[in-house]
Design a binder for this molecule. Sequence first.
Ligand code: THU
Length: 135
Amino acid sequence: MPQQPTPEQTALFAKACQVKANAYAPYSQFHVGAVLLTDSGREYTGVNVENAAYPLGICAERSAISAAITAGERCFTAIAICGERDTEPCFPCGACRQVLAEHCSSDLAIVLADGVYRLAELLPYAFALDPELPI
Ligand code: THU
């Protein structure tokens, strides 16, 4: 069961819904916005960007992570994700969960339309090159 969001998490989710307007999704018509929050309070946005060569499309979550890593950020506390319908949870796909695991701790807050999940809940037993070490 998801947790109740804090007021800050609710505000982060609202920003994900706003940035969704910039999604480029002419093929699926499924628009997604994401906002990644750093431990220093900075925010990085991402949207899904599709391509006529379908596999080249990128998800909103990975767009946001790429923007943040490019800016030199390394530590994240939350990601809000808003899918096509603002009131229904849009769970991150499996690929995005694994990419989040690469860059975020397992207690990363994943803020969706119905509440807050933790990365460890959504990706138990994440792949790691060395299971003894954190990813
Ligand atoms: N999509 C995301 O942006 N994030 C997800 O976690 C799941 C799916 C996008 C990819 C594609 O552009 C569209 O949603 C439909 O699959």
